[in-house]
Structures are given as structure tokens and as C-alpha cells.
Write a protein that binds this ligand. Sequence first.
Ligand code: 2DT
Length: 214
Amino acid sequence: MEQRYVRGALIVFEGLDRSGKTTQVNRLLQDLEGTKERYPYRGMRFPDRTPANPINIEICDYLSKKKELPAREAHLLFTKQRQNQKDEMERFLQNGTTLVVDRYSHSGAAYSAAKGLPLDWCMAQEEGLPKPDLVIFLDLFADIAKNRSGFGEERFEEEPFQKRVYEQYMQLQDETWLRVNASKTEEEIAAEVRQAVLRVIEECREKPISHFGD
Ligand code: 2DT
């Protein structure tokens, strides 16, 4: 008998710093809790800042400006963290678990390209990683983001840099992206996100996982 292919979806949130990603990720996770028998899920975030291994610690030191790194080296460090999670992510997806991820490969490429690295080279380092089925881009301009609380404390949190990140993000969009106007209310955004996520979870149940570089 032919086996039915049922897998989870890879859902990724992207956007500038202070665009409301983490709030929306948490809301979506709460929403999915109500339907977890039907749609099992798991939340993840990149960078992973838990001090579980030397890579995570080095990324934290870099982001808090305790440590300087050449752009390429920094890029490869973030990529390595994702590559180390690849097998586990694939296992969850194959088991039918939807992954809801706060930042992923497109953050890696957009932030590094904003420092001057070639965007193609940045994305090439992501090859082999599972490709998101849906990228929810919370679309907020840098000059609005800077007025949200907390902007400016960490590396990258300055307006000219954020504008360059935005431009790079715009070049990375493809048919898997949903651009959501992040200046709408939290409720409105959450409703738009929920609708798109449930549609994509259903759509990709029968499809094999795709990968960057396929
Ligand atoms: P958060 O504030 O969302 O924790 O992000 N970044 C992130 C990179 O430069 N490369 C990457 O691969 C990733 C995933 C974006 C912390 C900062 O780290 C940047 C903002």
C-alpha cells in the first residue's frame, strides 16, 4: 500500500529588530496549543543564546559587543549553529511536527550582506538546510522600529544599518514569503498570521521537505 506523506511545516518569522517578531511567535505558539493534537508544533529561535555550547556563547559575546569578529567569520558562526540543528529539525518535520522559528537563514544572509558581504555567498552557506515553507516577514521600516522600546542597546541596533538589512531582505523574497504590515495592531497581525500558517500546514503535508540549494 502506498504510504501517505505527512510532515510538519517549517514556519519562519523574519523582520528588523523590534518589528514584533517575538510577540507574534509567542501568540502563534499559544494559538497552536489549542490544536496541538491535530497540528503538533515546536518553537525554536536563532540565534540560540542558551550557553549550551561554545558556539552559542561566542555568538552571545559577539552580539553584546564583548567580542569582535571579521564579518565572514561571524557569518559562518551563525550558519554553523543552524547546520548543527539540521538533523533534529528534519526529524521533527518528518514526524509531523510543525516548527515555528524566530529568525533563520534569511536573517543570517540579510544582516551579513548589510555589513558588505555578497548576498549570494551568504545564502550559499545555508545550502542543505531545510527551506521554510512559509516566511512571515513583519514589515516595519527602520525609522519606525527605532522608536520602539529597547532599540540601540545591542550590535546592529542602529537605523542606517537596519535600513541596509531591510534592503537585503527585499532581495531575498520569493513565493514562500508573506509580507505583513507590522504597524497594524497585534490582533490584526496575529489573525493574518494564523490564517496563513494553517493553510501552509495543510498544503505541505503531502510535499517532501525542500532544502536551500535544491
Ligand atoms: P534577536 O534579537 O532576534 O535575538 O537577533 N543575526 C541573527 C545575524 O546576524 N545572523 C543570523 O544568522 C541570525 C539568526 C539579527 C539577534 C541579532 O542577530 C542577528 C539580530
